[in-house]
Design a protein. Structure first.
Length: 92
């Protein structure tokens, strides 16, 4: 993956305000990518210093391997998952 694409995704994720979320697909669309999976890959490989917790699956859930930490970080920003899912009214 080229550095320009990585930096574009990083900038989009960094711009998500506290208390708000986006889906991987929304980030991918804004970055001009065809696949939300590329966003996940970028965040997994180069997103440790970003607010990665603000990016969720299209159905409002977190990936199982990060769900607990992601829910805790979102809760600290006032975003509460209900039964592991972002409630529809709180979604962007």
């Amino acid at each position: 993956m080229d550095e320009e694409t990585v930096e574009r995704v990083r900038a989009i994720v960094l711009a998500i305000p506290p208390g708000e979320t986006r889906s991987y697909g929304e980030v991918a669309s804004e970055a001009g990518l065809r696949s939300p999976r590329l966003v996940g890959r970028i965040l997994a490989e180069d997103g440790h210093d970003l607010p990665w917790h603000r990016v969720l699956r299209a159905d409002g859930t977190a990936a199982p391997h990060i769900a607990r930490e992601q829910a805790a970080r979102l809760r600290a920003e006032g975003v509460f998952l209900v039964d592991g899912r972002l409630p529809p009214p709180a979604r962007r």
